[in-house]
Design a protein around this ligand. Sequence first.
Ligand SMILES: [Zn+2]
Ligand SMILES: [Zn+2]
Length: 115
Amino acid sequence: MSEIPGIDVTVPPSGAGCQDCEEAGGWWFHLRRCAQCGHVGCCDDSPNQHASGHAGVTGHPFIRSYEPGESWYWNYETAEMYDGPELAPPNHHPVEQPVPGPAGRVPDNWQAHLH
Ligand SMILES: [Zn+2]
Ligand SMILES: [Zn+2]
C-alpha cells in the first residue's frame, strides 16, 4: 500500500458528529473528516468551522467529506481538491442523522448562522 503523508487509511472516524460541537453543545451543517487522525469536524459553512480549525491547530493537511454519497478530499496545503484513497469505515455520518445536526440542537433560524 502506498503511503501518502497526511493520510492514514487505517484510522476510523472519531464519531458520528463534529467532535468539538459535541463537547461544546453546538450544532453543524456539513461534516468533514481529518484523513490523518480521524477527527470529525464541521464545515466552513457551519457556525464554528471546526474542521478547518483542527487543520490549523494540528497541521493535518487533508479533510474528506463525511457526508453520505460524497468522497472528495480537500488539501489545505494546496487549497485544491484531492483524489484520495478509501479510508477506514464508516465513510459518512449515519444517514438517519439530520443535516444540519444533531437533532434537537439546531435553532429554527439556522440558515442565518451559516458562513
Ligand atoms: Zn463543530
Ligand atoms: Zn487530524
